[in-house]
Design a protein around this ligand. Structure first.
Ligand code: MG
Length: 174
């Protein structure tokens, strides 16, 4: 049976949004071999997927890193699309990253208002999403990043203080 899909589309970052960067183990080429997710991040992603949200991973890094991390946690099926900077040839906030995910999902410029980007990085995730006219949710629970917007372009629509809050914040944007 076809699952009823949600109108709102979810783009999500990896490092320090889902993955706890302090737990990353890398090989000699800088590829992440394994990493732990923040408590609650796994369930947040799965619950959005179960609820019928179409989800894209929009992340800066190496393809192999994300392959390793998400296959190990059994979360690959949650992602309909992946825009990875190694392959795109650009990093957030470059619109090319967001457009790569949109293209894979068959979305056009007119769909931008029904996309939300979730990420921990104000300069990359939030500024990038805002600049494109997407909604934005700041994942504010990482201790490693600045969490105060430096300019209006970095102001998120809402803030998640814990990964478990992400599904309800997404719901609130519908
Ligand atoms: Mg990040």
């Amino acid at each position: 049976m076809m699952k009823n899909l949600q109108e709102l589309i979810v783009f999500v970052d990896s490092g320090d949004t889902l993955v706890d960067e302090s737990t990353e183990i890398r090989d000699e080429n800088g590829v992440v071999i394994e990493a732990q997710l923040f408590p609650g991040a796994d369930e947040a992603l799965r619950s959005l997927h179960r609820a019928g949200y179409r989800i894209a991973l929009v992340a800066d890094g190496l393809e192999a890193s994300f392959q390793n991390i998400f296959s190990r946690h059994g979360l690959e099926e949650c992602f309909e699309a992946r825009a990875i900077s190694e392959t795109v040839g650009a990093e957030k906030p470059d619109p090319a990253m967001f457009r790569c995910a949109m293209k894979q999902m068959g979305l056009t410029e007119e769909d931008r208002g029904r996309i939300v980007m979730i990420g921990n990085n104000l300069e990359r995730d939030i500024r990038g999403a805002n600049g494109m006219g997407l909604h934005s949710i700041l994942a504010a629970y990482s201790p490693r990043y600045r969490m105060s917007p430096a300019c209006p372009e970095e102001q998120p629509d809402c803030v998640a203080d814990h990964p478990s809050q992400i599904p309800e914040l997404v719901e609130s944007l519908k």
